[in-house]
Design a protein around this ligand. Sequence first.
Ligand code: ADP
Ligand code: MG
Length: 767
Amino acid sequence: MENKKQPSPAQSALHKLGLVTPLDLALHIPFRYEDETQLVPLSKVRDGQVVQIEVTITHQEMLSKPRRQLKLEVSDGNQACTVRFFNAYPSMAKQLSPGTRVRLRGEVRGGMFGWTMMHPSVSRADAPLSKNLTPIYATTAALPQTYIRKAVLGGLSRAIELGQLEPTIDPTFEPSGMMSLKDALVFLHGPSPRADMRALEHRTHDAWVRLKADELLAQQLSQLKARNARAQTRAVQLKPKPQNEPDKGDASSSVVSALRAVLPFELTRAQTRVVREIEQDLFKSIPMHRLLQGDVGSGKTVVAALAAAQCVDAGWQCALMAPTEILAHQHFEKLFDWLQPCLSARGLKVAWLTGSQKKKDKLLALADIESGVAALVIGTHAVIQEQVIFKNLALAIIDEQHRFGVAQRLALRQKLAIDDPDLGTPGEGSSARSVEPHMLMMSATPIPRTLAMSYFADLDVSTLDELPPGRTPVVTKLLSDNRRSELIARIKDQLRLGQQVYWVCPLIEESESLDLTNATQTHLELQEALGSLAVPLLGSARPPDPSALEVHLRSHVQGDAGVDDVARPGAEDAAMESIEHFTQSARVQVGLLHSRMPEHEKKEVMQAFKSGALHVLVSTTVIEVGVDVPNASLMVIEHAERFGLSQLHQLRGRVGRGRAASACVLLYSLGEHGRLSDTAQARLKAMIQTQDGFEIAKRDLEIRGPGEFLGARQSGAALMRFADPLQDFFLLEWAQGLAPKLWEHDPQTAQAHLERWQSVRAEYLKA
Ligand code: ADP
Ligand code: MG
């Protein structure tokens, strides 16, 4: 016997899935079921039916051609069936020797030579048949179904024993006829074969309604609790600085006016409106907690910059945090350009802080932050690390807020120096300890406003519902993967016009190393196909009047063709010649960007693409978040069918930022099944039909219905685990109505309900 019990690999795998407590396990709901309650004679099966049969193995053969496989002949006494296992282990052949009686479960196919079954699951023949449907759980390779099933059912019993599934809420407060949580879970982990499978699949079954209602209520309780707690705290009440006088370029005028003066554009009406909404919050003594949502490209950065300027004007520090270094650095460059000149006049700085920077630079930045010289601090989550000490942080801005965890957002809130005696206007009895910074969260995946308001009960919502003028709509085309050569011709057209191209490779389910291989391969292919092409020099080496060149070239290349009518052999040589004559040219350079590269390399590649030294950028989805390269006019998304709708829309938003006509090509491949799934079709269709981010968000919520489990990694985390706030809007409304009453009249119950669900997965609740 061992003294110290090491967790088995299966136990560690359970922990990795977040399945630790009995409640965790009980709430790990199966994603489908198998019917093992009956045995079907082969004489009764239909082609394509998934059935369980009980048979005797009559013959066994190991074949090496056309593929290595174990082939069995089996019989149920009346009819025979051929069974194949590819890549079978020798041990398997041993177990499945002729004469053995087994149960097989799988899809039967009828054909000229009788029934066949591929890779059925095998079980013992003598075991009693189960009375209920067999649950199949989401799991990992280290955790076989049988193991996780046992663990989950064990957890469920334990949770029942411990009384953890007893009702929290008085049934009179609930919609009538609600199933109890205990009954719901017992049912979901082993429904009767007569259960309404459709309702189960669509998550409309009473058992699901219970889970969703409880989850939504917990979410609302949690939001409300946060809002109430926030109402008890104080924020720094910023004092507005007069801005009506013209910018004098010195420290006497406001940073806001200086910023407005250097902006190369007018604010849109929507920007003006949300800037005002934010300003009004900043002048209040309750901490702002505001979500700024706006479609990709709607111009959130300048809104953030104005809020930061407002804060600096009042003599306070502002922090801006982005989820990736590329994105953070882009913000830094932009805000540095806009604000540093005017900050310099005041002896202040825009500071850059990230995990990957050199120690010396980091120490310098840290010192500036602590002394207050760094009025604006921009970076990744390095900004909230312990060693970062702000002198007087009053405003925290978080870009792409959904990519940060709750813990990170909390840490940022706690960064406010608490012992400063003259914080804002002290209220009665309030201690300095309860002072919090204002928070502005930005998101490019808008959700419908009414939904946002009821769902995020602890957030005020500002919406940019208008794009800056002068954008050319992006033409979106679907193209089958086997027409890549046409696409290459189209890419060449764009490159010759001096434009740049993104090529996005998909994440491959479950494997980051495959992502990389795939992207590397594509990179090589494109460099091969395009490397000899001569294109105009871009960036600083660009000829003085690029538009003249553009016009000249367009006349040679015969217009800007759609993807479907691309390859025009003669045009290529003509254009090439003309470029050689017209100006200096460069050879096409293709860059590669993937998530496993060290940060500084990522930044270099991104910089090279921005500067025009790279013409094509092959990337895994790391560019998903807001990079801004206006000269890029073509976005190719490979295996577009694997991406979530919002993500496709985000990616498409990388082009169409400059003056050139832009296009987004969605390459799809039909894969093994020879067809796209219904949801994939719906997503691609939506991409072609609309470019409105709000419409996209609405459709995304509609499409992302039940059964899209694999999509989670691609489509971005779901808002909630069980409920879908759009589909379950009536439950959301119920929860929204009940939550405040519970906190007021029965806080103990409210707290108990919240704790039950919070212990499960807090991030899902807070959002
Ligand atoms: P997002 O909302 O996706 O973060 P950005 O802030 O990156 O969008 O803005 C996208 C582009 O639009 C940037 O190049 C930015 O400079 C430009 N932009 C922002 N506001 C305006 C405006 N009012 N007029 C013209 N261009 C603008
Ligand atoms: Mg942005």
